[in-house]
Write a protein that binds this ligand. Structure first.
Ligand SMILES: *Cc1c(COP(=O)(O)O)cnc(C)c1O
Length: 495
């Protein structure tokens, strides 16, 4: 049966999976959501005998029903290959009373690779299926990790160009170096004088600018999105929660049917939403533990039912979670409103005009399986140090936010359910913050000296992604005002 996607803001706007992937965003700022989520057609037992690619196929075929088996397997096999430094793709590591699902073994050492290594294949396959002749322009705002992962995924992919905007002063030095050294004639990287929300707002504006889109089409281009609003990113992210469950069964840590909790360090709400979607397929998940850093807009939302972005934006050591407008939350709002596009649209327009909205008590009841909390900067760095000392395991700052929140959850609830913590980045990506957490005296060394020191402490090989940027020349040095993003896009496209 064909799965249809609908806009969260207009139930009359529908699309097949491939059309939704191509478009990225629905009209009027809506997001595409599946009309319903099919149940798994393999047993959990069968799943536990599969490798990553087989699990990926079992999940994705149910969500991307207009792809043929051959197309989908081509996409999966092209994505999850030697670009990952382990055959397991997403290893599950037991440390400090939890299972860390390491999602950072891809080309750019952050969990974004899990989706962005397959998105270019899904997108170009979708273009072919829909007879698209225009060149596809990927337009992306990044808080640091999406940008590099998207650049790596799309570099030199025929029929595509990619433009990435990042907050000039809002990403880690290694994140910035990774982006500005990107190769590929079809890539363009621009720093903006503003924060991530400014970049994201500017990008969304260009997407929904009807005249601009027509002008692009006249010149043989069309926009698409590599941000986590694209269902082509959400669907591949469902896979690793099913895979984690299957590994726990395979290793005898749990029995088939036992429930698990998941803890997700959250920014734009894509990763945790994927877990929520995969539970509807039949993966037994008990609680969704949403971990925020000091930008705790989601913690406040889960505790009060009010979403309020009117607050100071805080730059933290977990920059990929420095977000006040959590885009994918809209998909959950739509769902807890009973798939009600009218209600959702009303709340989103309040968010747009007043920066806040409050859900009804009825909607709030549908959030019982979510638990939100946050970790301060001090708690985050103390967690890195603590787990290093107890388990000789060094985690990155984002993962540490999740680990700190998990400790609070256990203290609050006493819940002993086996728990998977999404480990979203390699510590090598945030070396300075990680090393400073272990010892403040590391502050005096250069980034690459710290890389070598981290290698010495952790005994974990320095990833290729880091080795690559030690000497790579800067290829992108454009910086613009947040008002001038459109000008830069036109400039790059020569239109
Ligand atoms: C993007 C990112 C997050 C946040 O994920 P969302 O899907 O936006 O909630 C967390 N950690 C890291 C390292 C990231 O790159």
């Amino acid at each position: 049966m064909e799965l249809i996607y609908k806009s969260t803001r207009n139930s009359n706007e529908t699309a097949t999976a491939s059309m939704a992937i191509l478009k990225g965003l629905a009209n009027e700022g809506g997001l595409f959501v599946p009309d319903s989520i099919p149940s798994l057609d393999v047993s959990l037992e069968e799943l536990s005998k599969m490798d990553y690619r087989e699990v990926a196929y079992s999940i994705m075929k149910l969500m991307l029903t207009d792809f043929t088996e051959e197309e989908l397997k081509y996409c999966i096999n092209s994505a999850y290959d030697k670009k990952f430094d382990t055959d397991e793709i997403a290893p599950l590591v037991k440390k400090n009373g939890a299972y860390y699902l390491e999602l950072f073994h891809g080309a750019t050492i952050a969990f974004k690779d899990m989706a962005l290594s397959i998105l270019p294949y899904l997108l170009t396959t979708s273009a072919k299926k829909n007879n698209v002749k225009n060149e596809i322009v990927i337009l992306t705002a990044t808080s640091g990790d999406t940008g590099k992962a998207a650049l790596a995924g799309f570099a030199d992919v025929p029929g595509t160009k990619i433009i990435v905007f990042y907050p000039k002063n809002g990403v880690s030095p290694i994140q910035e170096k990774q982006m500005v050294t990107q190769k590929g004639d079809n890539t363009f990287v621009v720093g903006i004088t503003g924060n991530f929300d400014d970049a994201q707002t500017g990008v969304k504006k260009m997407f929904s600018d009807v005249e601009l889109n027509k002008y692009l089409a006249d010149n043989g281009y069309q926009f698409s999105s590599a941000n986590s609003i694209n269902i082509g990113r959400l669907v591949p992210q469902m896979v690793y929660y099913a895979y984690a469950y299957s590994r726990l069964v395979a290793s005898g840590e749990i029995k088939v049917g036992d429930k698990i909790n998941v803890v997700v360090p959250t920014g734009n709400f894509g990763n945790i939403l994927a877990a929520y979607y995969v539970r509807e397929m039949g993966i037994p998940i008990n609680k969704f533990i949403c971990a925020s850093n000091e930008n705790k807009v989601l913690f406040d939302f889960f505790t009060t039912g009010s979403y309020d972005r009117n607050r100071q934006f805080i730059l933290t050591t977990s920059p990929s979670m420095d977000i006040l407008i959590s885009s994918n939350l809209e998909r959950l709002i739509y769902r807890i409103a009973g798939n009600d596009a009218t209600k959702n649209k009303e709340l989103m327009s309040e968010l747009n005009s007043n920066g806040k909205y409050t859900i009804t008590d009825e909607m709030k009841k549908n959030l019982v399986d979510f638990y939100g909390n946050y970790a301060s900067e001090a708690e985050t760095s103390a967690t890195i140090k603590k787990v290093y000392e107890s388990d000789n395991y060094i985690m990155d700052t984002h993962t540490a936010v999740a680990a700190a929140v998990y400790d609070k959850y256990v203290a609050d609830t006493g819940d002993k359910t086996p728990t998977v913590i999404a480990s979203t980045a390699s510590p090598y990506k945030f070396t300075r913050s990680v090393m400073n957490s272990i010892d403040a005296n590391y502050d005096k060394q250069t980034d690459f000296e710290l890389v070598d020191e981290l290698n010495r402490l952790s005994n974990v090989k320095v990833p290729q992604a880091i080795e690559d940027i030690r000497t790579a020349p800067v290829r992108h040095n454009t910086v613009c005002d947040k008002e001038d993003m459109l000008k830069e896009v036109k400039n790059f496209l020569g239109i």
